[in-house]
Ligand binder design. Structure first.
Ligand code: P6P
Length: 335
């Protein structure tokens, strides 16, 4: 006897993408197929992340990435999985990754397409060995360069030009969250059938939001005076609690579900902050703003920033609209 088919209300990501495609008469199915390929890569990465403690892929390699950070073996694995999932599809013009110094071209033997995919294959990798949730973040643009195959300018587009953005959080469950500009939707992986099932349709940051701020206070002495005044206000008269996981995807996922204010400020050690614009800040900004929140570099919309280089960093404030606006007021010295 076969297990009964799941109820019709069980919506796989494939079915959801096809349903969504129906709303776009001009859709060719290419975008749907691209998201499907990213979801497949996420399943493969999830399988390895889940068993990382059991096989010899824990720990760091002797290699360093472009930021001089030691590359964890799972980082390299996730990077390759994403590249191989996308490079042969004929949908992608070029890619860029935190783990790759320069542009990732489509191999000559494969056709190139209209989309550009920029990703952080495994963010928070320093947490791998201590079993803290980590994540994959991606950003999708349309190619703007004239050549048949992608170029750097296709990657250096502001966040407002993204056609889609998403992340996967590998935690107590594996969730894929994405937006293509029509709301934010979350899918939870059912490993028993290997399917992402719609679990969080139309995600919205709750209002009123939970008064939680999220920042690494170890850097307090390196912050600007305005940043110091902001955090002092939040914890004293502001009545905020504090939560900081130290894994960007996990901290933002919590902020999406509960509300709050996530901050990675500039400081004297990191004058531009630590987080990267193209494959961390901009995709998460699209998601947060599609969920009704706000994403700022402390003074202006993160989505408006014109990138100058692949790996540039930016200060980052995102979460509940009112809390980000409060942060901007303090940083401007107007309160
Ligand atoms: P810090 C993890 O290494 C990461 O890149 C992000 O996931 C996280 O938000 C940030 O760095 C944490 O940085 O300086 O607080 O350890």
């Amino acid at each position: 006897m076969f297990a009964a088919m799941p109820d019709s209300h069980v919506v796989t990501i494939s079915r959801f993408l096809v349903d969504q495609q129906r709303f776009h008469s001009e859709a060719t199915g290419a975008f749907t197929s691209l998201l499907h390929d990213i979801a497949l890569a996420a399943k493969i990465i999830s399988r390895e992340v889940t068993k990382a403690g059991l096989v010899d892929i824990l720990g760091a390699t002797e290699e360093e990435n472009v930021h001089g950070e030691q590359v964890q073996k799972l980082d390299m694995f996730a990077n390759q999985v994403l590249i191989k999932a996308l490079d042969h599809t004929g949908l992608v013009a070029c890619m860029a990754s935190e783990e790759s110094d320069g542009l990732i071209p489509i191999p000559d033997q494969f056709p190139a397409g209209d989309y550009v995919v920029i990703f952080d294959p495994l963010d928070g990798s320093s947490n791998i060995d201590v079993n803290v949730s980590i994540g994959t973040i991606w950003s999708i643009h349309r190619k703007v360069s004239k050549g048949a195959r992608g170029a750097l300018e296709d990657c250096l587009q502001p966040g407002t030009r993204q056609v889609a953005a998403g992340y996967v959080v590998y935690g107590s469950s594996t969730m894929l969250v994405y937006t293509s500009g029509a709301g934010v939707h979350g899918f939870t992986l059912d490993p028993s059938i290997g399917e992402f099932l719609l679990s969080h349709p139309r995600m919205r940051i709750p209002e009123p939001s939970k008064k939680v701020y999220s920042v690494n206070e170890a850097y307090y002495s390196r912050w600007s005076r305005e940043q110091q005044r902001l955090v002092t206000h939040l914890k004293n008269e502001g009545g905020f609690g504090s939560r900081y996981i130290g894994s960007f995807v996990a901290d933002i996922h919590r902020t999406l579900l509960q509300g709050g204010l996530f901050m990675y400020p500039a400081d004297t050690g990191s004058p531009k902050g630590k987080l990267r614009l193209l494959y961390e800040a901009a995709p998460m900004a699209m998601i947060v703003e599609q969920a009704g929140g706000l994403a700022s570099d402390g003074a202006r919309s993160l989505m408006e920033i014109q990138p100058e280089s692949l790996h540039q960093r930016t200060p980052l404030y995102m979460g509940s609209r009112a809390f980000v606006e409060l942060a901007e007021s303090y940083l401007a010295g107007s309160v």
